[in-house]
Ligand binder design. Sequence first.
Ligand SMILES: [Zn+2]
Length: 122
Amino acid sequence: MTLAVCVRCGNSKVGAFTPCTGCGLAPAAHGTERELQARSLLLTERYLPGGELEEIGRKIRKGEPVTYDAGLLAQITEDLRTQKLPIVSKSSPGCSVALWAVVGVLLVLAVGFLLMSRLRGP
Ligand SMILES: [Zn+2]
């Protein structure tokens, strides 16, 4: 788990997408708000090592304006987008695997039935 800071109130928390205990903001619940999730990811020790994260948290708590690195924000947003792709495309291979499993079972049953009837033959 990574140390993070709430983008709304500046409260310290563990994990970028964990709900904030201070203001209740839960970035993970905002599925379509990638910018909010990107900002939440940016405000973690992963992107802001050392005292930077603490400093930004202090600023937000004081109500001071915080500037986000636009380039980094764009990169994180892109990362979020690309990470989402395999989740979406995972459902179709999963479906065909289930379909092929059913086809396979039916084939085994058909072959078994054929063998049984041949063994029982005249
Ligand atoms: Zn908060």
